[in-house]
Design a protein around this ligand. Structure first.
Ligand SMILES: [Zn+2]
Length: 352
């Protein structure tokens, strides 16, 4: 009976994996340096791929517009990591939200590597240009999405990946209506309003967030989720449950530093996709040290005012002259490794 079940499962898999000589044992996640944006490449054990965001367009700023893909800084960085990972197509492009540091690179990247399906929260609101250029950036993105498979998920929906549970936890300002299996019961004692206002109120709180589970291993990425939707994942009670690795929301900005989420999800390891001057706020370092001790990895050494960086061995880029990535490789027993591409050193974490 078993082979039949496997055959049926493959027949109904909406996106088929690229052929591989053999199935890998690990879920691999590459945190790509896009200088304070996001680009996170996920490669499942079955060889399926999901890219969460693609960094900035062209020359790499909020005022840049898509141009020649061959000269596009962040799409070229994504392509280099894809090649290193043996990836030849993106099965799912998950756009967390429509700011230039997250989707700006998508139109150029789609000319460099095929993208099969797009996952996002749909469209922008009329006030999205409070971050200047967001509406134009969204238009360029939507033009590239046209004619492709498009998924607008609701919290609680699953993205079909073989062997991985990929659950949407937030999207379009909504969050989970039912706690995930494994969430703590009862009130979260850490729920005290932090008093730090969100720095942006249109797109960031609408971020599409995802929880990936591979066996006992769990990874949370909520894009730039801030304000009430971020707070709702943890307060008044936990909606997520413990995670092994948390890609810290909003690049490690002060408006994501509220300790209540950390108390709920109890990450073993945190990762900051900050730049030298963006994210990595002093308040975040205080929260991280209290919640995790020293187990935070940074894409950049932070030069934000008052920031106290973790050890150089945990930092992928000590200056903006380089573009090293961090690679997470997880097994279904909950154990994982993190490799710093700058030093070549790998740190091992046992299962819980
Ligand atoms: Zn951002």
């Amino acid at each position: 009976m078993k082979p039949m079940i496997v055959a049926l499962a493959l027949a109904f898999a909406p996106v088929t994996a690229a052929p591989r000589a053999q199935t890998a044992q690990t879920l691999d996640i590459y945190f790509i340096d896009v200088e304070g944006g996001q680009a996170t490449l996920i490669v499942t054990p079955a060889g399926q791929t999901m890219l969460v965001d693609a960094g900035f367009p062209s020359t790499g700023s909020f005022s840049s517009r898509p141009g020649d893909p061959a000269k596009a800084r962040d799409p070229q960085r994504v392509l280099a990591v894809a090649r290193a990972a043996g990836v030849t197509r993106i099965n799912y492009l998950l756009a967390t939200h429509f700011h230039a540091d997250h989707i700006g690179g998508v139109p150029e990247l789609s000319q460099l590597i095929p993208i099969d399906a797009f996952i996002d929260h749909g469209g922008v609101t009329a006030d999205a240009d409070r971050v200047a250029g967001t509406i134009a950036i969204h238009q360029a993105y939507a033009a590239g999405r046209a004619g492709k498979r498009h998924i607008e998920p609701r919290p609680g929906d699953r993205i079909p990946l073989t062997g991985i549970e990929a659950t949407i936890v937030s999207s379009g300002g909504e969050t989970l209506s039912t706690p995930l299996t494994g969430a703590s019961r009862g009130a979260n004692a850490a729920c005290v309003p932090s008093g730090v206002a969100a720095s942006e109120m249109t797109e960031n709180p609408r971020s599409t967030g995802i929880l990936l589970q591979f066996g006992r291993f769990r990874f949370l990425d909520v894009g730039d989720l801030t304000d009430a939707p971020l707070f709702r994942l943890a307060c008044p009670s936990d909606q997520i449950g413990p995670v092994d690795v948390y890609l810290v929301s909003h690049h490690g900005g002060a408006d994501a530093a509220d300790p209540s989420l950390f108390a709920a999800i109890k990450p073993r390891v945190a990762i900051l996709n900050n730049s030298a001057t963006k994210g990595g706020a002093a308040a975040m370092f205080t929260t991280l040290r209290a919640a995790l001790g020293t187990d935070t990895w940074q894409l950049h050494r932070s030069e934000a005012k008052g920031a106290e960086n973790f050890g150089d061995d945990r930092i992928a880029n000590l200056s903006e002259a380089t573009a090293h990535w961090l690679k997470l490789s997880a097994r279904d027993d909950g154990s994982f490794t993190i490799t710093n591409a700058r030093t070549g050193m790998t740190t091992r974490y046992p299962g819980r």
